[in-house]
Design a protein around this ligand. Structure first.
Ligand code: MUC
Ligand code: MG
Length: 382
């Protein structure tokens, strides 16, 4: 047993951080994020931070901030205390024994573990994941205010600032006709200056998708994310085989490596949206990415709208991946009114710059953590 990496303590807290504007998706509108932040202490004195964020409580998938907190405090943390924290895979197995599923909760703990061990070794987390293959990642922004004028103003500003030139539109809440009109108007307003994608977040059935996706492609959309329900792999496969002029991306359909194997076997999508939380951590994200690569499926660096902690963790693993690459959308910090780090990752020339410091390469602002801590709400000056 390597005593110096012994896990001594793990704590989790739920934060409530408002968003800069309402963020509208097919299943609802959010005006705050409630990330669960994990802090993990090793015997050698090093600490690490991890995060799992959901969107709209348990409405994106089964886990909620409260269930994540519960799983960590009652099952995952007790399974790891006293263990050798440098044995990452063994720690994941222990968490699997203690708790079925709960991928988001496990990922928050695993990120904190890698951060703590990497800090002890004075290495960046990407070094523990195989080494980086890129220093920056092209960064998308999501237009989801629900208002065309506001969406266009946001897009123009971000183009001028050289921050984003890939824009994802959230559709599926209104009629498909209204969505096509909305996307077409945004496309006209941007006059070919940006790459346009849509995320339907499972809202359509196969017939609706077959009828309306070609109209979105005509309007200029080049990447279509999760047009049908997560379970509806037959429809996803058919769209992948028959649509021309755009790529089909699986998001809610691809969480575990077993999901990835099924989609790969059936060639049911052109691209996987990789998300550290839904895959259950950084190491398991690499496993899903390996399946994508072996099946000639591209990858895209997805987000659950995390703060800088979760976004940096995702950037670290995405930067290690090879294969066909379809950008990332780690813009969560920019959607929040404030952050919990002293300095955010830089965005330059439309790309997110990967931190190089030890661990996740971020300094956590403990005052900000306390300021947004749900359990302390009202007890501190805002
Ligand atoms: C999703 O389903 O991709 C990511 C970006 C965004 O705006 O919402 C999310 C969730
Ligand atoms: Mg999605």
């Amino acid at each position: 047993m390597q005593d110096r990496f012994l896990i001594e303590r793990i704590e989790a807290r739920i934060l409530d951080i408002p968003t800069i504007r309402p963020h509208k998706l097919s299943f609802g509108s959010i005006s705050r994020q409630s990330p669960v932040i994990v802090q993990l202490w090793l015997r050698n004195g090093a600490t690490g931070f991890g995060e799992a964020a959901t969107i709209g409580g348990p409405s994106w998938n089964e886990e909620s901030p409260e269930s994540i907190h519960h799983a960590i405090a009652n099952h995952l943390a007790p399974s790891l205390i006293g263990q050798d924290g440098a044995r990452f895979e063994a720690c994941l197995s222990r968490m699997d024994l203690a708790c079925k599923g709960n991928a988001f909760a496990k990922s928050a703990v695993e990120i904190a573990l890698l951060d703590a061990v990497a800090r002890s070794l004075q290495l960046p987390v990407w070094q523990l994941l195989g080494g980086k293959q890129r220093d920056s990642l092209p960064l998308a922004w999501t237009l989801a205010s629900g208002d065309i004028e506001r969406d266009l103003a946001e897009a123009h500003l971000r183009l001028e600032q050289k921050r984003h030139r890939i824009f994802k539109m959230k559709i599926g809440a209104r009629t498909p006709e209204a969505d096509v009109a909305h996307v077409s108007e945004i496309a006209r307003g941007l006059q070919g200056r940006a790459t346009l994608t849509v995320d339907v977040n499972q809202a359509w059935d196969g017939a609706t998708a077959r009828r309306f996706l070609p109209q979105l492609i005509d309007a200029g959309v080049t990447l279509i994310e999760q047009p049908v329900a997560g379970w509806n792999v037959p429809a996803l496969r058919e769209l992948t085989a028959t649509l021309h002029g755009a790529l089909v991306m699986a998001d809610e359909s691809v969480c575990t490596p077993y999901d990835a194997m099924r989609l790969a076997r059936e060639q049911a999508s052109h691209v996987f949206s990789l998300k550290v939380a839904k895959h259950g951590g950084l190491l398991r994200t690499r496993k899903v990415a390996a399946i994508a690569q072996a099946a000639d499926i591209g990858w895209y660096g997805g987000t659950m709208l995390e703060t800088s902690i979760g976004s940096a963790a995702s950037a670290h693993v995405f930067a290690t991946l090879g294969g066909q690459h379809y950008n990332c959308e780690l813009f969560g910090p920019q959607l929040l009114v404030d952050d919990i780090v002293t300095e955010r990752m830089a965005i330059r020339d439309f790309e997110l710059q990967l931190p190089d410091g030890p661990g996740l390469g971020l300094e956590i602002d403990l005052q900000q953590l306390a300021r947004f801590d749900r359990a302390l709400a009202g007890s501190l000056p805002q």
